[in-house]
Design a protein around this ligand. Sequence first.
Ligand code: GLN
Length: 536
Amino acid sequence: MPTKYVVVLGSLMSGLGKGVVNSSLLKMLDFYGYNALPIKFDGYLNYDCGTMNPYRHGEVFVLDDKSEVDMDFGIYERFLNKDMTGDLSITGGKLFGAVINKERRGEFLGADVQIIPHLTNEAISMIKKVANTRKPDVIIIEVGGTVGDIENSYFIEAVRQLALEEKTVFINLTYSPTMEVVGEQKTKPAQLGFRMLLQSGIIPDFVICRSNKELKENTAEKLAMFSNLKKERVIDDSDLQSMYMLPIHFMKQGFDKLLIKELELEERSIDNDKLKEWNQKINRIENPKKKVRVAVVGKYTGLKDAYASINEAFIHAGVENDAKVEIAWIESTELEEKGTALLNGVDGILVPGGFGNRGIEGMICAIKYARENKIPYLGICLGMQLMAVEFARNVCMLNDANSLEFDADTKNGVISLMSSQKEIENKGGTMRLGAWKCKIKNTNTLAYNIYKSELIEERHRHRYEFNNQFREIMEHSGLLISGTTIDEKLVEFIEWKDQFGIGTQAHPELKSRLENPAPLFVEFIKAALENTKSRI
Ligand code: GLN
């Protein structure tokens, strides 16, 4: 059967959770055993989001194949428990780049190259390439931004044209605000958004409506009437305790059956075991038996999206430990000013990844506090590099130890650039990226106890590395190097002895899923829970 398409468009404003909606649709279809793949379009002219500031755009997500993609890919993977690939991410930058390259090669000789049809055709051909090579039953296309934006206008035109050739279902994601004083759910903004969509030549087959409380009968009726739809095609997407409940919430409204029918997919029955397992996980999110409090000491804590994967990895690890993980987001610059009093009462400390000088000393201070007070510590990428710096300074007594990223002149650059990185001039896509295999020492190491394997694979995104010149002195002073690349050239894991303190050069949070939580996070939370007990 040819691939069918679903297009999710936001017609009112951004931030309505299109990524969660798309992932929930994918999950719904997955429960029936259909092979459904997402495609995400982002209108910016960057080739990918690798060069963007996480403070503005949210976390940069990395896939096995080295692609640096929008954080929504993290949501797709966490819901589907499947690895995504870079060809599923289409950006304005990729489209314009491809068209201009073709023009230079002379592929459009004689023509004046235009948005329509050249750019729109390029978009359609990128979408169809995924369909032709991967042959999924369904592709669900998420259009970034809002209908009416200049940035996505030509892509919306492309999907309108796609629908002329292929079975395509359009979904309008909108929002109904409630006026607190009268408690009334308003539909006028949604009506205006709907009108914008009509101007693009698109008539939606379904409306999904975000709101803070469940849609009232008359709100749904009004939305249906103004959208030329039956009421059953207006789907409630009101606030839920956890985003992982949304597929089930949709299915309770019969959305799964309606969508499958509309897509004219062959009939299949639902996999009840899969569904049961998902429901059990959700139940454990809703009803935790224990509570644990961990600090994340970082430099982008003002925007939670900057650490989306860490936040989710904690939810998954919490489920595994039957615990609710409370996160104290601590801005490292604030810790520099106010000191470690900010860490009072936390059961574990995590220092996440990051770039640039700001807040580094605050993170080192938190790491020292964890080591000296035997508080479970997990260092991720930058958090591992600073664990090495702290150890070099305070245990090996190399007072000016630092990463060369922050002090290019120090004699004790315990974190330095690989020679292959020194020659790099282009910043885009040139870090150590994607999945890397790692060899783990099996003798009495935390890493082995956690992963229970001598060969693992995690995702990376960094330029700097542990400086091998310092391996001996650090090991001599008691630092454990418990994991390296297969050729042993690059250090991947370091540990403190006799306490839960571990740093990894990788980003294990990127592979954590509700159905397959990251072992490092699971064990870190377990250690933090034990730490809670020891404090009581
Ligand atoms: N800035 C460090 C590097 O480039 C760490 C990067 C990170 O934490 N992802 O190596």
